[in-house]
Design a protein around this ligand. Structure first.
Ligand code: PMP
Length: 398
């Protein structure tokens, strides 16, 4: 027994070394203090372009006050799953306001986005059904689809023509088409109008994971469907609340019947402790700020433009993106790490993203902008990247 345990550990240690040799070993950093344009990471202050706090709400005083009020009223924990006694009046209000905000009849609140997709997809489809998924969809969509036991078909990124060919050949009833609204590592927006047309033509569900579009896109930040002016009872709109909304959690909104079904059958909802009520208190305030403070989206749009203009002519490819996610593709894993280290030496933190998060040969810096950044801070990043590019081409990596 003891010997076989040791063998397992030796084998696992070997696998870790293998990751290290491929420059794929990830390192956790310790952050002190709240989110913001500057972050204290491992004891040092950096100008950071790394978080998904796209509107700068994670440390907003009004959200903190909203959390505190609910904390006083409800305590720290929900105490039970929602179907037992964990569903508080503040959660009930949040669900109603989320549904109204995205223009859907009803919403269901999950404790994280990962849990939402792991719950929603297997509640909608099972063995005998089929899921069509964009190649660049988030890991939790893929895991949710795998868990469902449905057949899983991947179409090339944004390739509506290929999806239509697959749908035309499909014989299984009520397929599920699933897509990120804004792709998390590329920053581009899914072709939602075309996907909705296909879902109508082929009698499919359309599940949109708008983790990176909610709060950022559309009028008042109502998300990627609103960006295109789309609404349909066959669309399920899922979004996370730990990114632009600045807190944590997720929700799914749609027709009352399908939301009731998910409430009954989404296992990650039914069998998991409800989200702490204080988070719902903060989220109610976040929704009000998202819906009224247009200046945050306007400023973010200006920063995106400034960055893109500033990086013209760099030897690396800045992917076409109009969202807060601005990926600079370097290709090689080590080059991505070298450029990240170069920026770090200049006091700037931008994460290098490598496989398996992105495809082999497409390692990148994932620059994420926030309404909390200033124009001067974006200029500082542009200058630092230009300097890094010069040093890399001269082979003078620090
Ligand atoms: N969907 C997408 C597209 C995401 O990018 C993420 C998180 N990075 C999630 C879902 C998971 O959300 P959460 O962090 O709330 O678990």
């Amino acid at each position: 027994m003891a010997e076989s345990t040791t063998d397992l550990l030796v084998e696992m240690g070997g696998r870790l070394r293998h990751l290290e040799e491929q420059n794929l070993l990830r390192q956790r950093r310790v952050v002190d203090g709240p989110q913001g344009p500057t972050l204290v990471i491992d004891g040092k202050t950096y100008l950071a372009f790394a978080s998904n706090d796209y509107l700068g709400l994670a440390n907003h005083p009004a959200l903190l006050a909203g959390a505190r009020d609910s904390l006083e009223q409800f305590g720290v924990g929900a105490g039970a799953s929602a179907l037992i006694t964990g569903h508080t009046s503040v959660n009930e209000q949040l669900e109603a306001e989320l549904a109204a905000f995205v223009g859907a009849p009803r919403a269901l609140h999950f404790s994280t986005g990962y849990m939402a997709n792991l719950g929603i997809i297997p509640a909608l489809v099972g063995p005998g059904d089929i899921v069509f998924s964009d190649r660049l969809n988030h890991a939790c969509i893929i895991d949710g689809a795998r868990l469902s036991g449905a057949q899983f078909r991947v179409y090339a990124h944004g390739d509506v023509a290929q999806l239509e060919r697959l749908l035309a050949k499909n014989t299984r009833p009520h397929p599920l088409i699933v897509t990120d609204g804004v792709f998390s590592m590329d920053g581009d927006i899914a072709p939602l109008p075309e996907l909705l047309v296909l879902s109508e033509k082929y009698d499919a569900w359309l599940l949109v994971d708008d983790a990176h579009g909610f709060g950022v896109l559309g009028p008042q930040g109502r998300g990627s469907l609103a960006h295109f002016g789309l609404a349909s009872p066959r669309v399920l709109y899922m979004a996370t609340l730990g990114k632009a909304a600045g807190v944590a959690g997720a929700f799914v909104a749609g027709h009352g019947t399908v939301i009731e079904w998910l409430l009954q059958r989404a296992r990650t909802y039914v069998f998991s402790t409800a989200s702490p009520p204080m988070l719902s208190g903060a989220l109610l305030v976040a929704l009000a700020v998202i819906g009224t403070e247009d200046w945050r989206r306007v400023h973010l749009g200006q920063l995106v433009k400034r960055l893109r203009e500033g990086l013209v002519g760099l030897p690396w490819q800045l992917l076409p993106s109009e969202t807060a996610i601005q990926p600079l593709v370097l290709g090689d894993n080590q080059l991505a790490l070298d450029v990240m280290a170069d920026l770090r030496a200049q006091g700037i933190w931008v994460p290098a993203i490598r496989p398996p998060t992105v495809r082999k040969g497409t390692a990148r810096l994932r620059i994420s902008l926030s309404a909390a950044h200033s124009v001067e801070q974006v200029d500082q990043l542009v200058n630092a990247l230009r300097g890094a590019a010069g040093r890399m081409s001269e082979g003078l990596a620090r």
